[in-house]
Design a protein around this ligand. Structure first.
Ligand code: CP
Ligand code: NVA
Length: 311
């Protein structure tokens, strides 16, 4: 029987088990097929969401807004200048007021605590659209992309080379939950937090898979089925760019490094990319292994499934 996600929040992948992730991915694929067949799928006719953003966005904003309109609903975007969470107005008040107008809140915030606070006070589902610690919607789209390309998830080797950041945390959790072996290569001092690794390892051990943390990109990429990277300097870290460029030298994805992966590896990047740093323009645009733009498209299909199931 299908699991019931109605009314739930999506703050991190810690709160989604394998069955729930599979349900979201299967539903996303069904909605994607309907979209391409031009078949109506107005699951959320008359419903609306508020999109509360403290940081810039291209993919997340457009994929949620357009996705909501495909589903027959509407989305109201609130920019960092509109709301000023906790400054112009208390987070609790924002959550309670929005709950009187809309059926769901999609929030991109500085601190994970803000989505927790929103969820505590809102009476409608809250969806984390990126915070300092997680990016669960991105990883649902990533898993959908890997599944489409590889026809399976369990047992694959997933490699990440770069910063132990919000993407890394969500990727470790998502990949561990579906039974992939995870190997993360970061420079020394940029590893994901031990508490995050512990949580991912606990989930992985239940599936008999592994989460490896290394400082050696080749070790991570060796025979990997999926190779993933993200920027070295994330949103809000611009003041650290110079230091990070120095510390991450040698951690960029190159054709040479990718030659150690499985010959039919899938190459992913959540975007935006900093070309010439963590990856080159050519690898993203011209390499046959790149699924980066399918991945970006899948943000919309995965989120349409999340919205349909939660709202
Ligand atoms: N990948 C992603 O979340 O992109 P945006 O920051 O453009 O939304
Ligand atoms: N690590 C990135 C993810 C962007 C989608 C950031 O938070 O800037």
């Amino acid at each position: 029987m299908a699991v019931n996600l109605k009314g739930r929040d999506l703050l991190s992948l810690l709160h989604l088990n394998l069955e729930e992730i599979v349900q979201i991915l299967e539903y996303a694929q069904a909605l994607k097929l309907k979209h391409y067949a031009g078949e109506p799928h107005r699951n959320l006719e008359g419903k609306s969401i508020a999109m509360l953003f403290e940081k810039p966005s291209l993919r997340t904003r457009v994929s949620f807004e357009v996705g909501m309109s495909h589903l027959g609903g509407s989305a109201v975007y609130l920019s960092p200048l509109d709301v000023k969470m906790g400054k112009r107005e208390a987070v609790a008040d924002i959550a309670k007021v929005l709950s009187r107008y809309v059926n769901g809140i999609v929030a991109r915030v500085m601190s994970h605590q803000t989505v927790i606070d929103l969820a505590n006070y809102a009476s409608v589902p809250v969806i984390n659209a990126l915070c300092d610690t997680y990016h669960p919607c991105q990883v649902l789209a990533d898993l959908l992309t890997i599944w489409e390309k590889k026809n399976e998830l369990e047992g694959l080797k997933f490699a990440f080379v770069g910063d132990g950041n919000n993407m890394t945390n969500s990727l470790m959790l998502g990949c561990a939950t579906v039974g992939m072996d995870v190997s993360i290569a970061t420079p020394e001092g940029y590893e994901p937090k031990p508490s995050m690794v512990e949580q991912a390892r606990e989930i992985a051990s239940a599936k008999g898979s592994e989460v490896e943390i290394t400082n050696e990109p080749k070790t991570a990429v060796d025979e990997a089925d999926v190779v993933y990277t993200d920027v070295w300097t994330g949103m809000g870290q611009e003041g650290e760019t110079e230091r990070r460029l120095r510390d991450f030298a040698g951690y960029g994805l190159t054709t040479e490094l990718l030659s150690h992966a499985s010959p039919d590896a899938v190459l992913l990047h959540c975007l935006p990319a900093h070309y010439g740093e963590e990856i080159t323009f050519d690898l993203v645009h011209d390499d046959p292994r790149s699924a980066v733009f399918d991945q970006a498209e899948n943000r919309m299909h995965a989120q349409k499934a999340v919205l349909s199931l939660l709202l």
